[in-house]
Design a protein around this ligand. Structure first.
Ligand code: TRP
Length: 453
């Protein structure tokens, strides 16, 4: 494939920074801590890390390689290698359409918290009822969500992502530093020790197939697997950039930040609620309930730290929502030939409708449940725990049965030796598809009550 008109990353560092920048977002800072708290702390962490170094590495490497090999974005990469397999690209295309709206709802929460700290309202957020009162009100959360998604849309339409990217090169390292500071602070609160233990020491009685499925879904979400993004980023990668070591750096970076976020939130849950199981199972609200208490206990600098922290998280979130929005726009344009503006307006309207419903799901629409989930958890579950594993399963079969594992090996080897080749081949052909299906089926059965632990 000759150089196309589209830009390429300058080299390994360019690729790693851009991919890690897109992968690190709310998934690491908001979603990982609440999943780990809910699904058994250390047990979840152990399962997560094992999954990342096996299945995660395999999937990220596969998608990146498919992109670099074909020079195409997800929806076309599959079809260009085998026209009959083009529909796999479609599953990859549906996922970001469903994630973008609810991702932006959380983005709105972050924005609200930033403004509250900025305007001196941070102290009030530390009370137990503040967050619930906020999300169950009909107006404010929808308003902040709308600001977040409109801002994302404007940035994409105006093509000013570059400015944001430049800013985020400063913001992301700052976010890491601040996360370390907050983590150290929350680990040293009285009573936090039990939380550190809960998070770092696996307790095997906490194992369940649903926690395994949860960890797998979290991994797909956090590494942006099965969403077309990695294929597209791979297509921007030059042929001489070492593939497998770049991929390792990306997944290391992503996992390290999620780990730190857990260290920041979970010990604090113990310090402020004594590890009450109710508090640990708070789900999507955990970050927003716990951190204000941490900032509040920082006394004089709490308001400043809170404002700075939520500003940095906002940057991490908006860079991810831009790349999600961009992905959906380009899928729509490829398939319909719409102008960038028209496609962006459609994506914005779609997100506004679905996002507003999701947001109202915590207030006026609280009685609406799908499959027993509230609306946000429903979209979250359908994408991360159902569609993404299915897409990943199809990708594995596609590689082993259609393109052939050798084709991937060859593409990886054209830039550097592929030391993990044997492992990778075994994984993509047998273990990965088997694991994915086994996890999916056993957790559904457990959910339906056929399996008990
Ligand atoms: N991985 C991102 C996070 O951790 C979320 C995400 C999922 C994403 N899919 C994406 C970001 C696609 C950019 C593009 O928050």
């Amino acid at each position: 494939m000759e150089e196309e008109s589209k830009g390429k990353f300058s080299g390994k560092i360019g690729y790693v920074l851009a991919t890690a920048g897109s992968a690190v977002g709310l998934g690491n800072i908001w979603r990982f801590p609440y999943m780990a708290a809910k699904y058994g702390g250390g047990m979840f962490l152990l399962v997560y890390v094992l999954l990342v170094i096996t299945l995660g590495f395999t999937m990220v490497l596969t998608e990146t390689t498919l992109g670099r090999k074909t020079g195409k974005s997800a929806i076309d990469a599959f079809g260009s290698l085998a026209p009959k397999a083009g529909w796999i690209g479609w599953i990859h295309a549906v996922v970001p359409c469903l994630i973008l709206p609810y991702y932006s709802v959380i983005g709105g929460w972050v924005l609200k918290y930033f403004f509250s700290y900025l305007t001196g309202g941070g102290k009030a957020l530390a009370s137990d009822s503040a967050f619930t009162a906020f999300i169950s009100s009909p107006g404010e959360p929808v308003l902040f969500f709308a600001v977040f998604i409109v801002l994302t849309a404007l940035i994409v339409v105006k093509g000013v992502e570059n400015g944001i990217e430049k800013a985020s090169k400063v913001m992301m390292p700052l976010l890491v530093i601040l996360t370390v500071i907050v983590a150290i602070f929350s680990m040293t609160r009285p009573g936090a020790g039990a939380g550190v233990k809960y998070y770092l020491v696996p307790n095997f009685s906490n194992f369940s197939f649903q926690s395994l499925l949860g960890a797998m879904g979290q991994m797909f979400y956090s590494l942006s697997i099965s969403m077309g993004i990695l294929v597209t980023y791979g297509s921007y990668m030059k042929k001489d950039v070492p593939l497998s070591s770049s991929v390792k750096q990306v997944i290391f970076f992503d996992t390290a930040i999620a780990f730190l976020a857990g260290l920041m939130v979970i010990p604090a849950v113990f310090a402020f609620s004594g590890g009450n199981p109710e508090a640990l199972k708070k789900g999507p609200s955990l970050l927003f309930i716990t951190l204000p208490k941490v900032f509040d206990s920082m006394k004089g600098i709490g308001t400043f730290m809170g404002a700075l922290f939520f500003l940095l998280v906002f940057f991490a979130a908006i860079t991810s929502s831009i790349s999600l929005f961009e992905a959906v726009v380009s899928i729509l344009r490829d398939k319909t030939g719409f102008t960038r503006k028209k496609a962006s307006v459609i994506v914005l309207l779609w997100s506004l409708v679905i996002g507003t419903l999701t947001s109202l799901g915590f207030g006026p629409l609280a009685s609406v449940h799908l499959l027993g989930f509230d609306l946000l958890d429903f979209f979250d579950f359908i994408t991360n725990s159902v569609l993404m594993p299915i897409a990943a399963f199809c990708t594995c079969i596609f590689v082993s049965k259609v393109v052939g594992v050798q084709a991937i090996d060859k593409e990886v080897e054209c830039s550097s030796p592929f030391r993990e080749k044997k492992l990778y081949n075994g994984f993509i052909t047998f273990l990965a598809p088997f694991f994915i299906i086994a996890i999916l089926v056993s957790s559904v059965m457990e959910g339906l009550g056929f399996l008990a632990f």
